[in-house]
Design a protein around this ligand. Structure first.
Ligand code: AMP
Length: 177
């Protein structure tokens, strides 16, 4: 089974993506995690990734594809996995050779996401970068969800305004159907 997970920053998608992966017994893959590891490398690519990630921009496809392919190969992941944050644009859809069985989209009004990020003390420092991530999400990521929806993939929209426990109960309910 192939499951995709999407959501804006501050939507709590990572916590719930791990929960869903565990529930379904699937390995968890995240391009954000893979790229954050590359960001720490003292190479030209590492420096480029760091700059782009800090400013809230997307990483060029050639870097993302190579890093993802290597990760999948090293961990021998194929046909059965949950992936968070990929494919994040229609161009990336072309590179993704799987048809997803299910997509989870975690939704949260931007003001609520911002309030949560402010609580964690991160918003003011990185305001522009967060706003840029929100814009990328609308411009690039939403068309991906639309595209898969039109091709018949089940899209499950989960509001993440409730508590973690309530959201998990909602996920459990959705997975039963
Ligand atoms: P995330 O952890 O999914 O919020 O991703 C954090 C950052 O990693 C994003 O803001 C991008 O800079 C980069 N990133 C993650 N996934 C992708 C992707 N599929 N394509 C391009 N950049 C990505």
């Amino acid at each position: 089974m192939i499951v995709l997970v999407f959501g804006i920053q501050g939507s709590g998608k990572t916590t719930h993506a791990h929960y869903i992966a565990e529930k379904l017994g699937l390995p968890y893959v995240s391009t954000g995690d893979i790229l954050r590891k590359i960001e720490t490398e003292k190479t030209a690519t590492g420096r480029e990734v760091k700059k782009l990630m800090e400013s809230g921009n997307l990483i060029p496809d050639e870097i993302t594809f190579k890093a993802l392919d290597e990760f999948m190969e090293t961990h021998k992941i194929e046909n059965e996995f949950l992936i968070e944050g990929f494919p994040r644009s229609l161009e990336q859809v072309k590179h993704f050779r799987y048809k997803p069985d299910m997509i989870f989209e975690f939704v949260l009004p931007e003001e609520v996401a911002i309030a949560r990020l402010q609580d964690r003390g991160r918003y003011d420092d990185v305001k522009d970068s967060i706003q840029r991530r929100f814009s990328w999400f609308k411009e690039k990521n939403l068309p991906v969800i639309e595209y898969y929806k039109k091709s018949g993939v089940k899209v499950i929209i989960i509001s993440n305004e409730a508590s973690i426990k309530e959201v998990q109960e909602n996920i459990d309910e959705q997975l039963k159907n």
